[in-house]
Design a protein around this ligand. Sequence first.
Ligand SMILES: Cc1cc2nc3c(=O)[nH]c(=O)nc-3n(C[C@H](O)[C@H](O)[C@H](O)COP(=O)(O)O)c2cc1C
Length: 187
Amino acid sequence: MLLTSSAAPGQIWQTVLHELRRGALDSKHPFRFLTLATAGTNFPQVRTVVLRELSSSVEFLVYTDFRSAKVQDLLKIPRVSLLFYHPKKQVQVRVKALATLHVADELAQEHWKRVSEKRQSEYKNELVPGTRIEKPELGWEIQADNAHFSVLKFSPISIEVLQLGKKGHLRILFELTSGWQGNWLVP
Ligand SMILES: Cc1cc2nc3c(=O)[nH]c(=O)nc-3n(C[C@H](O)[C@H](O)[C@H](O)COP(=O)(O)O)c2cc1C
């Protein structure tokens, strides 16, 4: 269990942030991966992405090809939801956030340096992600000179945490008002 009913909301807030940060740092941690939901044109769209960083000002950073459908979605509607689940600790974290796209600016350049050469090639595909192709090899063989790398920054407005427990489940909602305020909810 990550959370207990005896902990104050402020303590829980710190515990949750600590665990999310571990996800960004440890490739084996379950919070390494999150589900990113965008408002698609006709349907909500969900996909798995990697959490690259949780900044000191509580911003979630993710890398993507700026030509991808998710980017098109959030340029139209920048409101997104993020979902994390830790199966061992039985904790779910749901985040509502506002997205900003960073291409070739200071943030994107700083993160591009952290991407290994092998991984950099994944952002240099000549073809736009989602393009229909005759054979799967075309999905990585045609390399462009320039990369289509971007950093998505998700600034949360609320973070809801659900801890499953034998005695009873715990549910707490943190909302950004003047600071982060936590309130218990009925699970
Ligand atoms: C484990 C896993 C991690 C992934 N991480 C990323 C990622 O960090 N960034 C990304 O753009 N796509 C990532 N993907 C691929 C996306 O889930 C998705 O298939 C792709 O980005 C296209 O999505 P879109 O068409 O909605 O833009 C990952 C997929 C898996 C299975």
